[in-house]
Design a protein around this ligand. Sequence first.
Ligand code: IPD
Ligand code: CA
Ligand code: CA
Ligand code: CA
Length: 256
Amino acid sequence: MLKATLLKATEASGKILQQYFDGPFEVTSKSSINDLVTEVDKKSEEAIIAVIKETYPDHFILSEEVGELKSASSVKWIIDPIDGTVNFANGIPLCCISIGVEKDGEIILGAVYNPFMNELFVAEKGQGATLNNRPIKVSSKTNIEQTCLVTGFPYQWQDMPNNPLQAFETIVKKGIPVRRLGSAAIDLCWVACGRFDGFYEHHLQPWDSAAGSLIVTESGGRITDFSGNPYSPYQKQVLATNGHIHQALQDLVNGK
Ligand code: IPD
Ligand code: CA
Ligand code: CA
Ligand code: CA
């Protein structure tokens, strides 16, 4: 069963993150000096892929550090072995494992696990979303002025279609609280369980948002790009809210 494999993989990876959290571990840079990868990202990824391959050797894998392990399968596992690597590398326990399962182009299953808070978010298409097995839902706030938002910033700014600082400035100048946790997957889950009312980020990768997107929609929230188009893990811009404030946040992010 896909879900059992998903949970087994997140559990195995969670143990690795906990085991290595206090270090020492090797940290290197990728595309820019602060685009980090640790040896723990790689160990976590290996463990996740090993669990999946045990049951589903022919499934397609898309994972941040190894890239694509292509296959003709209609099932694709979209994996972030540590979301929040900069936090992890600095000993900040705000990071998670994020795994989404895409079937025929649609995310049908997702899990996000923060082993340091012992918080496991799971969603199954049409079955709702849970936090540690309890159903969750988005907040009910309707006035954007009273919301608490979260965002993130890229580690490199080339090819950015619009400036993340402009959106940030517009929101901050309205006096609306905006947090920056450093893990897009946790940001999305915290929208899903009502801790935040909205999230937006300008430049995400499929593994940052695949699992979280389903957790948001299965909690009653909405997720789109910055123009309100339907979500796809392959688009960079992601805007997720409780639904009520979606248009209002979309307008602010677009500088309106
Ligand atoms: C990052 C985190 C961060 C976001 C970055 C991502 P990583 O993922 O999700 O919150 O702002 O855009 O790259 O590299 O820690 O897996
Ligand atoms: Ca990364
Ligand atoms: Ca990530
Ligand atoms: Ca990562």
